[in-house]
Design a protein around this ligand. Structure first.
Ligand SMILES: O=C(CO)[C@@H](O)[C@H](O)[C@H](O)CO
Ligand SMILES: [Mn+2]
Length: 288
């Protein structure tokens, strides 16, 4: 297992530059830095090269996270939006390959967060999302990228809310580079049990997010980390465990994640760093 953190822990916008976090997370004891793929296509080629060099130089593996926007939604009923989504993914996947990134995770089959003021068509969205990911899978495989389909809680997405639904979706696609992604924050809301859900995903588990019940760093809440660790070891999970804490209000990240209070004990950057350092040490101990 490799241990990582999504740099959105420190940032208010998904578009924030990830470069400065490469050295920081290496210093704090992480193996992996997850970066937002939302605006990767806007990075200059020289900047992409610089991020890749920094990662190699610091011994950091990069992974990517994405909550596709409604305009890039592979499950949209509007063919023009699905086409735009496909073009966006092709360009993004090309940039991921340049960064030696082999994993992208998130609600890739849909968009995020869902606008529930509109009518919900779960069956239609699932069918179109399935078709979109199926037809993208070989393109991604050609670039060495795994598409990890994140199972989210009901308030953020309607298509896949449980490991069982995620597994059924991925099995139906039946491509070796399309995997299930679980996130302990969402599992805590939707699953009957953590071990059961992890066992359900089994060999199809391609990426794993961790966060407490209230999205503080692992170790500061009440999730059953020993149970989660035992289940990951039982299925022989050898992938990345990326913590995804959200503790500060503000910006696009704060509003997408719905952070309406400070959950960091008003931490400054040094204290945020220290909490992350302790959380990765805790994660290695309890999950590794
Ligand atoms: O768990 C979540 C959202 O609750 C994320 O993984 C999200 O989809 C992605 O991080 C956006 O980049
Ligand atoms: Mn997540």
């Amino acid at each position: 297992m490799k241990f990582g953190i999504y740099y959105s822990y420190w940032e208010r916008e998904w578009s924030a530059d990830c470069l400065k976090y490469v050295e920081k997370v290496a210093r704090l004891g992480f193996d992996v830095l997850e970066i937002a793929a939302h605006h990767l296509n806007g990075y200059a080629p020289a900047h992409i090269a610089e991020i890749g060099r920094a990662a190699r130089g610091n011994g950091i593996t990069l992974t990517a996270g994405l909550g596709p926007s409604p305009q890039k939604n592979l499950s949209s009923p509007d063919p023009a939006i699905r086409k735009a989504g496909r073009a966006f993914f092709e360009e993004t996947l090309g940039n991921l390959a340049k960064l030696d990134i082999h994993i992208i995770g998130g609600a890739l089959h849909s968009y995020w967060p869902i606008d529930y003021s509109k009518p919900v068509d779960k069956a239609g969205d699932r069918a179109r999302g399935l078709e979109g990911i199926s037809s993208l899978a070989d393109f991604a495989a050609g670039l060495g990228v795994n598409l990890c389909i994140e199972v989210l809680n009901r308030f953020e997405n309607h298509v896949l809310n449980t490991a069982e639904e995620g597994v059924a979706f991925v099995r139906e696609i039946g491509k070796p580079n399309v995997k299930v992604m679980l996130d302990t924050f969402h599992m805590n809301i939707e699953e009957n049990g953590f071990s059961e859900a992890i066992r359900t995903a089994g060999p199809l588990l391609g990426h794993f997010h961790t966060g407490e019940n209230n999205r503080r760093v692992p170790g500061k809440g009440r999730l059953p980390w020993h149970e989660i660790g035992s289940a990951l070891r039982e299925i022989g999970y050898g992938g990345a465990v990326v913590m995804e804490p959200f503790v500060k209000m503000g910006g696009g990240v704060g509003s997408d994640i719905k952070v309406w209070r400070d959950l960091s004990d008003d931490a400054n950057e040094a204290q945020m760093d220290e909490a992350a350092r302790q959380a990765v040490a805790f994660s290695r101990y309890v999950l590794g």
